[in-house]
Structures are given as C-alpha cells and as structure tokens.
Design a protein around this ligand. Structure first.
Ligand code: ADP
Length: 400
C-alpha cells in the first residue's frame, strides 16, 4: 500500500510518499513561497544508495499549481517513483486542530470538512491551510480516499481535570476554551516506540514524551493514553520554545496593556514570535545559542539554562501525574541532537529514579538510543520522531 502524506501550510506544502509494505519513504519534498513572486519546490527521490534532489524555482500561484508540479515529479520516468497517481492507495492529511469533534483520525467527506472548518477559529493560521490541501487532493486524485489525522487527537484522552482551565466554566461550554494540546502524532509515535524499546505493549508502559523542536511540548502518557500535555488551547503554552514564551503569568497581559501602552493586537506577535529563547538572547536556533554561549555570551547561557530548567520542572510534574514512570523519551531537533540540553535537563534527577549516563548521552542520534545508566529505575532514551510515518499508519488504520 502506498500512502501520500500531505501537510499544507498557508504558503507551503510538505509531502512524503511512503511504501507501507516496508514503511520506506519513496519520495518527499516541500513546496514553498506559494503565491509569492518566486516559488520553490525541493523534491527528493529516495533510491537504493541515497537521495536524488531536484529543485524547481518558478512562480507557484496556489496550492493546486504546487500539487500539479509534485505529481509531475513523482510520476516522472527519471525523477519519479511511480508510473501514475493511481498507484497511490490513500492520502493522509495533517490537520492541526480537531477540537473535541475528532478523537481519532477519520476518512474525509463533506461533513468532516465542515467540522474542520468549524474549528478554524481555534487554529486560524493552520486549519484553513490544511483544508486547502485536502480540497486540492480531492480535486487532483479523484477516487483516492483522503484521511484527516489531527495534531490534537492523541490528547483527547486527557481527563477533564487536566484539560480544563480554572476559568468560569461557561468559557469551556460556550466558548470551547480548554487545553487541546498539539504535536499529537509525534507524542503518539514516540510513546509507542518507547514501549517497543522496552519490549512492551503501549498499554503496559508509562512514558513522559519530550518533543523539543522549534515548537516544544511534553506529554504524560499512562498505559498508552495521553493524560496530560503542556501545550494548551493554542501551541503557545507549556515549556519555553524557540520564539514562543510557554507558560507565564496571564496578569502580565493586562499590565502591559494598561500600564505600558502595549497594544492588544501586538501581543500575539510578542508572545509567539519575540519570546522564548529569542526573547531572552536574540537567537532561536539552539545551535547558534550554544555558539554564542561558548563565546561568553551570558544571555545565551541563561537562555539554555531557562530552557532546560522548564523542561525539568515538567518532568517532575508529569512524574507526579503518572505515579510511576518507566521511560522518558526525548525527540525532535533539540531532543535528538543536543546532548548539552539533554544533560542539563536530566542531571540531578536521581530522586525521581533517573540515573543519567553522560557518556552514553554524547552525540546526535538518528535511531533509538538509551542515555541512562544500566540499572536506572526510570529509563531515558532518545527516540527520533516520525510524524509522517505515524500519519501514514493512522491513515491505513482508519481505512481498514
Ligand atoms: P520543527 O519544530 O520546526 O520541526 P525541529 O524538530 O527541526 O523543528 O527542531 C529545530 C530545532 O532543533 C532548532 O532549535 C535547532 O537549533 C535544533 N537543532 C537541530 N540540530 C541541532 C544540533 N545538532 N544541535 C542542537 N540543536 C539542533
């Protein structure tokens, strides 16, 4: 079975074609700057020895034009990997916000599209773009089933005590204000893989998943089900991120507006784009921040310390939530590659049963790797995430 995974953004479209017989990526790519003067399509064909890259630069008026270019490439006799699009058995779409309507992935029809549209106010930057990707696929792959896989669905098992905010209850019932959580496909993939590295079933394991990329989130996963997660109604809450603040005292908002002349309409931008690592030290890429810190930049060092400290606090909180923890799993750009940050997070957690091994931790890992000492009560692993594979698997499971 061949599954095409599509992740459509407002001006971009990421795709991956997987052969699910062996879970191998056949081709992948990214269409960027859709609607701008000059668009770019970067396509990679996977062959026996590596990848063959093709870059096309030309105006790409809309997502449909971009998807046409992708189809031309994946079916090209030289650069392509299939003879024609009828070889694609299903299309899996990443959809950011499923709200409470979607607790699992679902085959897309008109009513599903309407329900996704109903969630637009909760994810105004993402859901309309995701829907655009769906409509283009319906148009260009007639007859091929489309499945929506939601970033929020893995977190729908949270109990009310975890997903409700301590605000007037009508805010939840009337305005749908609650914690939804995001990065769900990554947390699900990593939690399942974490069980697998322990040689157990997901339902027999308690995991703390730590997704540290540009966006960062954590989840407490009890017996295979998410019971709490750090992101909230939007992906702004929780731990500190590249440019997002994570948790802070909400009274700061009215203080800024009432006493410091900050305009309400500017606040989203401040908290989402000018805060986090960037807000503290001016940089949001962890590699740049380490380079600055090594060169003696105190704010860069402080940013790393703050970042690690906040993740450490959530590990403590989730250890309490879970009661017993079998495994802590690090993933995504920082989680997989940054041994300095992992060490700062995990050191001195012996009270929680974590015996961290600084030697084993050294390096960047592209496959699961234990980073705890032999005999540690709680295991700690780096487990590279694979959101596309999870979406493809969920797509297949939904159609079964
Ligand atoms: P996204 O959330 O956009 O998918 P990624 O998972 O790719 O992001 O993570 C991006 C983050 O990973 C950046 O902060 C980047 O600096 C960090 N990162 C990538 N490679 C390394 C590395 N070798 N060392 C430290 N950090 C890294």
């Amino acid at each position: 079975m061949k599954v095409l995974v599509i992740n459509a953004g407002s001006s971009s479209l990421k795709y991956q074609l997987l052969n699910m017989e062996n879970e191998a990526v056949m081709a992948s790519g990214l269409v960027e700057r859709i609607g701008e003067k000059q668009g770019v399509l970067t396509h990679k064909k996977v062959n026996g020895t590596g990848e063959e890259k093709t870059v096309i630069e030309q105006p790409i008026a809309d997502h449909k034009v971009g998807m046409h270019l992708v189809i031309d490439l994946i079916t090209d006799p030289v650069k392509g990997v299939i003879a024609n699009t009828s070889e694609i058995d299903a299309i899996g779409h990443r959809v950011v916000q499923g709200g409470e309507a979607f607790k699992t992935s679902i085959r897309i029809d008109e009513s599903v599209k309407q329900a996704i549209r109903d969630n637009n106010p909760l994810a105004p930057l993402h859901n309309p773009a995701n829907l655009m990707g769906i409509e283009v696929a319906e148009d260009l792959f007639p007859g091929t089933p489309n499945v929506a896989v939601f970033d929020t669905e893995f977190h729908q098992t949270m109990p009310a005590k975890a997903f409700l905010y301590a605000l007037p209850y009508e805010y939840y019932t009337d305005l749908r204000i609650r914690r939804y959580g995001f990065h769900g496909t990554s947390h699900k993939y990593v939690a399942h893989k974490a069980a697998a590295v322990l040689g157990k079933k997901p339902e027999d394991v308690n995991v703390i998943t730590v997704h540290l990329g540009n966006g960062c989130s954590m989840a407490a996963v009890k017996n295979g089900k998410c019971v709490d997660t750090s992101m909230g109604m939007t992906p702004l809450a929780g731990v500190m991120m590249g440019t997002r603040s994570g948790d802070f005292d909400p009274a700061i908002i009215s203080y800024l507006v009432k006493h410091k002349g900050v305009k309400v309409e500017d606040l989203d931008d401040v908290f989402n784009k000018k805060s986090g690592l960037k807000g503290i030290c001016g940089f949001n890429d962890m590699r740049d921040i380490h380079a600055k810190a090594d060169a003696g930049d105190d704010k860069a060092k402080l940013a790393v310390d703050m970042f690690a400290y906040r993740v450490k606090k959530y590990i403590g909180a989730y250890a309490a939530v879970l009661g017993t923890v079998d495994i802590v799993a690090f993933t995504a750009g920082i989680g997989e590659n940054d041994d300095v940050v992992r060490q700062e997070i995990c050191q001195d957690l012996t009270g929680l049963g974590i015996e961290f091994d600084a030697e084993r931790n050294k390096g960047r890992f592209s496959s699961p790797q234990p980073i705890h000492k032999e005999g540690s009560r709680v295991q700690v692993w780096v487990i590279p995430t694979n959101e596309e594979l999870q979406i493809a698997q969920d797509t297949m499971d939904t159609l079964k």
